[in-house]
Design a binder for this molecule. Structure first.
Ligand code: NAD
Length: 344
């Protein structure tokens, strides 16, 4: 018997690249990896994988991607950290083209199982106004008041998965990822997220000899961060499960951004003066993942500690920085308007 073909879209990106890597490690041989970026910009590329460069906002690319396949992991999206999604709302919403065409193409191709990477940005903003959070349960997505732009698109697309499942019997699985971090992802250029950005800023402070770091907002905003290995394990478990409704996939280890900076300082062995940029894009005041349902349904939840994950991530960002800029300082972001200083 021939093994089933698995399609991973957004495979040139951070999570998609790690998912391909894990499936290769698990001995899967019929993997089709699709992304619109040129191949030399993919974070990970494997021999023996069918690597396809295609724009999945076009229906015909989605049809070609799904041809002769049985499973789809849909991770492609035009997205980035808070600095990107708060300033590119229309672009984030245009990912609806990818999700619409991919679902329609998957249904037409007779795909047996379809995974969609949703986000904690679907949750009602009114439940996230205090840094001392009550962790978000899956039911907190409704009544709907998600993150403007990016979150609305994610909520709409996960809803489409539900209706494709109910009306067309396409078996869909949906994970709501909470901030994923780790090596082999974006760490500069404007789309990077807080953990990688903080690692890069610490490297820059060391290289520049100016022991200072800029923090967006007051630094009191709280989040949880999931290490990439937990994200991949959870994604595969959710795909294999019989859970049809969206599940949180996130760490429940809550930290403030100030604490995250403190952790990276400890790892790097440096203490920095902190500059606060109150006008920078912030997102919600606090957010954590309630893992009761994933524990109950899958008897599993993310468990890699922030310290372990950040040690590996800092080392990777540090080395990537040195490789790219040869030990010199690269171009640095300028502080958003309104930045001011405060000591530790
Ligand atoms: P990423 O930006 O590294 O990867 C996304 C990939 O999608 C990119 O390589 C991009 O080139 C590709 N893509 C974008 N538009 C495309 C198109 N039209 N056709 C083909 N490919 C296209 O992001 P990531 O962190 O790996 O995220 C993967 C998925 O997980 C996304 O759907 C994202 O919204 C979701 N997610 C991520 C996080 C996180 O913390 N990283 C949190 C919540 C949800």
């Amino acid at each position: 018997m021939t093994e089933d073909r698995i399609v991973i879209t957004g495979a040139g990106g951070f999570i998609g690249g790690h998912l391909v890597a894990e499936l290769v490690r698990r001995g899967r041989t019929r993997i089709r990896a699709v992304d619109r970026k040129p191949l030399d910009e993919w974070y990970q590329v494997y021999d023996g994988v069918e690597n396809v460069v295609a724009d999945l906002s076009r229906r015909e690319s989605c049809e070609a991607a799904c041809r002769d396949a049985s499973q789809v992991y849909q991770l492609a999206a035009d997205m980035g950290g808070m600095g990107f999604i708060e300033t590119h709302k229309a672009r984030c919403m245009l990912s609806v083209l990818i999700n619409t065409h991919m679902l329609a193409a998957a249904q037409e191709a007779g795909i047996e199982r379809y995974f969609y990477a949703s986000s904690a940005c679907v949750y009602n903003a009114e439940r996230q106004t205090d840094p001392r959070v009550t962790a978000l349960r899956e039911s907190d997505a409704y009544p709907a008041l998600p993150e403007d732009g990016y979150g609305w698109e994610k909520l709409f697309s996960e809803r489409m998965c539900r209706h494709f499942s109910e009306d067309f019997s396409l078996a869909t699985r949906v994970a709501r990822y909470h901030n994923v971090y780790g090596p082999l992802g974006t760490w500069e250029g404007g789309r990077e997220k807080a953990p990688a950005a903080i690692c890069r800023k610490v490297v820059e402070a060391i290289l520049s000899g100016e022991p200072r770091i800029e923090i967006w907002g007051s630094g009191e905003q709280t989040r949880s961060f999931m290490y990439i290995d937990d994200c991949i394990e959870g994604t595969l478990r959710i795909m294999e499960s019989d859970v049809e409704e969206p599940l949180n996939l996130g760490s429940s280890e809550l930290v403030s951004i100030n604490q995250l900076v403190g952790l990276v300082e400890e790892i790097a062995g440096i203490e920095l003066e902190r500059y606060y940029a109150p006008d920078a894009p912030l997102g919600v005041a606090g957010r954590n993942s309630d893992n009761a349902r994933i524990r109950e349904r899958l008897d599993w939840e993310p468990s890699i500690s922030l310290r372990d994950g950040m040690e590996r991530t800092y080392k990777w960002v540090h080395d990537a920085y040195l490789r790219r800029y040869g030990g010199h300082l690269g171009p640095r972001d300028t502080a958003p308007r309104g930045a001011h200083t405060r000591g530790r």
